[in-house]
Design a protein around this ligand. Sequence first.
Ligand code: ITT
Length: 194
Amino acid sequence: MHELLIATHNPGKRREFAAIFDGLGLTLRTLDDLGIREDVEETGATFEQNARLKAEGYLALSGLPTLADDSGLEVAVLGGAPGVYSARYGGVQGPAQLQYLLDQMQDVPWHQRLARFVCVIALARPGQPTQFAHGALPGVIELAPRGSGGFGYDPLFYLLDYDQTVAELPAELKNQISHRAEAARMARTILEQW
Ligand code: ITT
């Protein structure tokens, strides 16, 4: 049985990876399972750099093959912000972030509210170069939050194809279409080659 460390503190992400890797025959470990309390700092300027820092950092701490993702929201009219700063946008965390984002976009009309979720996964194992997988999901920043599923910016992220926010979608559907799902499917192909 092969073990893979999923290096995240975010329970929403962990749930999504567990669903997507179901049936791979991998035993997924988390940082909490292994009692790893050290934090690998996300000091990179890009999603790739941060995913690499986390995957290689937690591989060094655990000795286990490690998957880490860095993901976030890019809003076109904000020049790609919050980007790699999505988890701490405006210095606020949790639901206050939704209001902060809305405040930044107060006078932006509907047709200019284009955004995308981006996910980069890094896969690190001992003695081999780190490999990467990518995914993206386009959408529109809503005028007010709707829905209670998912996490993070999901209540504000409107999908034209579904006429719903990501937070209104059933979890299984988010797990089929999300940026993280797309990257995880590519990661799954890499893991099968390992
Ligand atoms: P870890 O670093 O422990 O994995 P994190 O939440 O800090 O957890 P990131 O550094 O990758 O993760 O930051 C991603 C942030 O981007 C996340 O906190 C959300 O605010 C946002 N985000 C990423 N994926 C999202 C999704 O599927 N739905 C909603 N928001 C998302």
